[in-house]
Design a protein around this ligand. Structure first.
Ligand SMILES: [Zn+2]
Length: 91
């Protein structure tokens, strides 16, 4: 699974700006995240592939949609629980 992260513009109280990294989303086509965000409009997106994506992705909506598609692995993911990630979908 490919994962993607990008820079999110933020503002300080004094009006200056800076960037923070977004959450880690999943992507199947490298154009959109599984949760529907257009990657091509994001600032400085970095896309990386990992076989341990389920332990790395932090976007609940991506994980939830992958669970609905039956792509969520049946193994429990250490450090993840039902509030951050959906339960695996029964096959
Ligand atoms: Zn997402």
């Amino acid at each position: 699974m490919d994962l993607v992260q990008w820079d999110v513009p933020k503002k300080r109280r004094n009006g200056s700006s800076y960037y923070e990294q977004s959450g880690v989303h999943a992507t199947e086509d490298r154009k959109n995240t599984v949760c529907g965000t257009d990657i091509t409009t994001k600032r400085n997106p970095s896309i990386f592939r990992t076989i341990t994506w389920a332990a790395v992705v932090t976007c609940y909506n991506c994980a939830y949609r992958l669970a609905l598609q039956g792509k969520w692995p049946l193994d429990r993911v250490p450090g993840k629980n039902g509030t951050t990630h959906p339960a695996p979908v029964a096959q």
